[in-house]
Design a protein around this ligand. Structure first.
Ligand code: NAP
Length: 256
């Protein structure tokens, strides 16, 4: 039997076919999952809808995660359509471009709030509505993070601080939701060329640096994140929760 046969997964964060969320969706689809997708605005709907329909998805909904009413509606619609939910993928992050280029010390209050709201609080907003739908069947919630939460990565700046909050949230959510049979984990992915990555100044040199220094002497691709997501969200990862798993060709273990 396929690993996700009969499972229902809601995927937040597909912008286009290069998105990490899309690679995860493809991995889940190949293992039998039924998928629902959200998109952040009308422009994105044009890109997301054809991709989603290509994997047989019938549930494609707008959701700006900074708007509680939109988040609420997504989970109400999922409850009506599916009666429950097994998996949530949270692959969402945003910071102002100037906050990913100027020195971190210049971060504005508004820029800090925005990065935290979209990139960290949104996981809580999704988890608190997903958990009741998962309660009787168990479930898995997975988010995406980056090593800029642990070490200084020049230009990652306020996003590194938001990712640190996100990773701490993974642990607190895992503690709260564990008794209900809901697991919460994060994948800390190495750099991958996507739309979001294009917003980080000098992203190209991050890719070079990793290929030179990571134990595997290369970068990773989104498909490899998809495979790890499959492990964490299927029965293969049934005893794993509160974890931040690096999928980065080993780069994070290096000291020098
Ligand atoms: P991506 O394709 O650009 O995906 C980012 C998604 O976040 C987009 O769909 C974007 O929609 C969405 N988003 C932003 N603000 C939103 C909001 N207010 N409401 C709802 N959605 C919103 O880039 P990606 O690289 O796959 O990013 C996915 C996740 O992986 C992010 O959390 C990112 O930090 C993480 N990650 C990426 C890398 C990397 O190197 N690419 C490495 C480690 C971790 P819009 O396009 O409409 O803004």
């Amino acid at each position: 039997m396929a690993l996700l046969e009969g499972k229902k997964a809601a995927i937040f964060g597909v912008a286009n076919e290069r998105s990490i969320a899309w690679a995860i969706a493809e991995a889940f689809y190949a293992e039998g999952a039924e998928l629902a997708f959200t998109y952040a605005g009308e422009v994105l709907e044009k890109r997301v809808r054809p991709l989603a329909e290509g994997v047989g998805s019938k549930i494609i909904l707008p959701c700006d995660v900074t708007k509680d009413e939109e988040v609420e509606k997504v989970f109400a619609d999922l409850r009506d359509a599916w009666g429950g939910l097994d998996i949530v993928i949270h692959a969402i992050a945003f910071a102002n471009k100037e906050d990913l280029a100027n020195p971190y010390v210049q971060t504005s209050r508004a820029g800090f709030h925005l990065a935290m709201d979209v990139s960290a609080y949104s996981l809580i907003a999704l988890a608190q509505r997903a958990a009741p739908l998962m309660a009787e069947r168990g479930g898995a919630i997975l988010t995406l993070t980056y090593m800029g939460s642990e070490k200084v990565i020049p230009n990652y700046n306020v996003m590194g601080v938001a990712k640190a909050a996100l990773e701490a949230s993974v642990r607190y959510l895992a503690h709260d939701l564990g008794p209900k049979g809901v697991r919460v984990n994060a994948i800390s992915a190495g750099p991958i060329r996507t739309l979001a990555a294009a917003g980080i100044s000098d992203f190209k040199s991050m890719l070079h640096h990793v290929a030179e220094r990571a134990p595997l002497k290369r970068n990773i691709d989104a498909e490899e994140v998809g495979k790890t997501a499959l492990y964490l969200c299927s029965d293969l990862g049934s005893a794993v929760t509160g974890e931040v798993l690096h999928v980065d060709a080993g780069y994070n273990i290096m000291g020098m």
